[in-house]
Design a protein around this ligand. Structure first.
Ligand SMILES: [Zn+2]
Length: 401
């Protein structure tokens, strides 16, 4: 299996480098938009399709026409044509139609060649030689592993970042043989069957008041005035901060779990569906929308779906496995005698079996059931329903009586 990984760092650019980065991102956007418009027009008028090769030829003409298109690295501009070609392939296989790019939204460009890491300036400052930009410094927060395939330079909230996309990552030699089940919850993010409990970090909830205040301020300001822009920027920055906190948490937890266990079993919670369902449809409006959307926000806020994805690929790297089972009775079944009843749940926290009297933390009981369901399914070979290529969705075996 080819393992690909990217390593992202904040860049420390000089003024000249920063302006060249902005210029390159801008030129890439120009090429994308012009090529997209042309492709669209030709298709609508003559049903002709421009290939990546045609676009690269056109690019040479555009460069003669516009001097400024020659200053950015030409390989970055050619990458745009490649991306556009891919975007159309995606469209023909059922994904959305390629969109025009806007200034200041996802500014980025890619360098496929001529990237060499040079001697580090200090422990925390790395240096890399890039085409046209020369030696560029970045804050090195961790080691780069594997072989660099290409780099992507991107801008987010006034800062520029470099992402090294690598492959041939050396694999860890020791593989743990531990198996756990995880019950996901609102208060406790993940209750593990080995009694470990990971509490919830809810960055959006924490910053909600501040966000609401800023949004109120924004609504009172004259649109597009300089004060309006300033507040708008503050909001953007806060959103960015929230996203960073959430990403950081999800990565740390998933890395730790994937490192320590070779099999992880979770319920296949269709979080996207759960989040969608509160509003309902036009024909069938949802009930109790406000309370449900509160729950939904906290589900999204915790990024369960992202967490599941992180776990899946991080386990894959280490030859581990994520098994998803159908959520059925895992919270109502006694893990000792397998009696299933709604009455077993005394309240949100406590589980007490009405048959054998077994009493335990409700999430812990559920997580042990989840692990058992995963094991049963693997042992019986009741495999099926592959939901995506990356994950396996397994049918939960009926409870043992
Ligand atoms: Zn029992």
């Amino acid at each position: 299996m080819i393992i690909k990984k990217s390593f992202k760092y904040r860049l420390r650019l000089t003024r000249e480098q920063e302006s060249l980065c902005s210029q390159t991102a801008g030129s890439c956007r120009y090429v994308w938009n012009r090529a997209l418009a042309l492709k669209k027009e030709l298709w609508e008028k003559k049903k002709e399709n421009l290939s990546c090769f045609d676009l690269n030829n056109l690019l040479a003409e555009w460069k003669e026409e516009l001097d400024w298109l020659s200053s950015p690295p030409s390989q970055s501009l050619q990458q745009v044509n490649k991306d556009l070609d891919q975007a159309f392939k995606n469209f023909f296989s059922g994904r959305g139609y390629p969109k025009f790019k806007k200034k200041g939204v996802n500014d980025s460009f890619r360098l496929p060649q001529g990237v060499t890491l040079t001697k580090q300036l200090s422990k925390k400052v790395g240096q890399v030689n890039l085409p046209k930009l020369g030696i560029v410094r970045f804050t090195k927060t961790r080691e780069i592993e594997g072989r660099i395939r290409h780099v992507t330079i991107s801008k987010s909230c006034k800062n520029w970042f470099i992402s090294f996309n690598c492959e041939d990552i050396p694999q860890p030699k020791e593989i743990p043989q531990s198996h756990i089940g995880i019950d996901r919850g609102i208060k406790i993010f993940a209750q593990c069957s080995n009694r470990e409990a990971i509490p919830t970090v809810s960055p959006l909830k924490k910053n909600l008041k501040r966000l609401a205040r800023l949004q109120r301020q924004l609504s009172k300001k004259k649109k597009f005035s300089s004060n309006w822009r300033k507040t708008k920027q503050k909001i953007q920055k806060l959103h960015n901060h929230i996203a960073n906190l959430r990403n950081d948490f999800l990565h740390k937890v998933s890395t730790q779990l994937a490192k320590s266990h070779s099999l992880i079993v979770m319920e296949d919670l269709k979080t996207k569906d759960m989040a969608k369902s509160a509003k309902g449809t036009k024909e069938k409006p949802g009930t109790n929308v406000k309370a449900k959307s509160g729950l939904n926000r906290s589900i999204l806020d915790q990024g369960w779906y992202t967490f599941q994805n992180h776990l899946s690929y991080k386990l894959n790297w280490r030859d581990g496995r994520l098994v998803l089972i159908l959520p059925k009775n895992t919270s109502l079944e006694c893990r000792i005698c397998h009696h299933i009843s709604k009455e077993n749940r005394i309240n949100q926290e406590v589980f007490q079996c009405q048959n054998c009297g077994h009493t335990e933390n409700a999430d812990l009981n559920a997580s042990i059931n989840i692990l058992a369901a995963g094991h049963a399914v693997i042992a019986c070979g009741v495999e099926a329903l592959a939901s995506t290529a990356k994950q396996e969705l397994l049918i939960r075996k009926p409870a043992m009586v």
